[in-house]
Design a protein around this ligand. Structure first.
Ligand code: SAM
Length: 319
């Protein structure tokens, strides 16, 4: 397949590939799901290691990313069995049903967005490029960032910025947004950046990263319902794992990592009741990484985007 647009600057450099492969252990007769294919970096490595002996299923909600990934499959000769699905990973069970697969041996979630999405100014993910305030990772997202900033109440916007961006100035930014949209609708990323810059007091900007960073993160999480999807895919994904199967999650900010840690912890906890008690439930997971695995200094130097990555792994228990 050849693409009619240039993606060379936007091919996403995959993070902690070796660690991911070691934990996922693709191999003979295994079924592996890459639930965040993106531009296919991890997928290609999985396929290379599996050498046609594993069944590999790829999912991404972004059809453009899947187009790129598919075009790159030609880079390797031993593609083996791979099926790609344009879906939200929260629908993992229905994807497996369509594929005729009951249980899987590995699930990879490399969360967040890809360089392909970030660098495409028409999608509005970046506060560094001017573009429409969209931020949808895929067509299944129900609203755009523009709809949120132009139609949600001041209180709802403040809540989103606080909950999903941990933004200290959430209320003030929300007030500035509402005042600005009373003059005219906020259409572009740069209009929003200017509003946030005006809202965050100059003295408070010292030592901070870009003043609009948290606002953009919060809107992206809200638009794509990222935390709800993550909760759902962990719950359903664990149910799809065969005994000894692993779920491998790479997260890039504290909200995601905290959620992964909490969910793994609660699925790995004893119910507190003896096995004979009607409320007894056996833990369904064993946490493999007691502490998150982080990238090496060399990887951070060669791929600065990996800096915030945290890798957590859990394994399905018998039961
Ligand atoms: C960090 S990128 C993955 C990069 C990929 N591992 C690689 O090596 O190229 C994250 C990808 O996950 C996808 N994604 C995020 N949330 C999703 C969801 N709920 N369902 C399906 N795909 C999702 C995004 O569209 C994006 O392409």
């Amino acid at each position: 397949m050849t693409l009619d647009w240039d993606t060379s600057s936007a091919i996403h450099q995959p993070v902690m590939v070796q660690e991911v492969i070691e934990f996922l252990r693709p191999g003979k007769g295994k079924v592996i799901v890459d639930a965040t294919v993106g531009t296919g970096g991890h997928l290609l490595s999985i396929l290379r290691v599996a050498r046609g002996e594993s069944k590999v299923i790829g999912i991404d909600r972004d059809p453009k990313a899947l187009e790129v990934a598919e075009s790159r499959l030609g880079e390797i000769s031993a593609v083996g069995k791979v099926s790609l699905y344009c879906e939200n990973f929260r629908n993992i069970r229905s994807v497996l049903d369509r594929e005729g697969v009951e249980q899987v041996d590995g699930i990879l979630l490399d969360l967040g967005f890809s360089s392909l999405q970030l660098e495409d100014s028409s999608r509005g993910f970046s506060f560094r490029h001017d573009g429409l305030l969209d931020m949808r990772m895929g067509p299944d997202a129900k609203k755009t960032a523009g709809e949120i900033v132009n139609s949600f109440s001041e209180g709802e916007i403040a809540k989103i910025l606080y909950q999903y961006g941990e933004e200290k100035w959430a209320r003030r930014i929300a007030r500035f947004i509402v005042q600005a949209r009373e003059r005219r609708p906020i259409k572009s990323t740069f209009e929003l950046v200017k509003i946030v810059e005006d809202a965050v007091p100059v003295g408070a900007r010292r030592g901070r990263k870009h003043p609009a960073r948290k606002t953009f993160q919060a809107l992206r999480i809200a638009v794509n319902e990222e935390l709800d999807s993550l909760k759902e895919v962990i719950t359903k994904g664990v149910e799809c794992l065969a005994s000894g199967g692993r779920i491998v999650v790479l997260s890039y900010h504290s909200l995601e990592d905290r959620l992964v840690k909490q969910m793994f912890g609660s699925l790995a906890r004893e119910s507190g009741y003896p096995p004979t008690h009607p409320l007894f439930t056996a833990p369904s997971l064993m946490v493999v990484t007691k502490k998150p695995v982080v990238p090496t200094r060399e990887e951070i130097e060669s791929n600065p985007r990996s800096k915030s990555a945290k890798l957590r792994v859990a394994e399905r228990r018998e039961g």
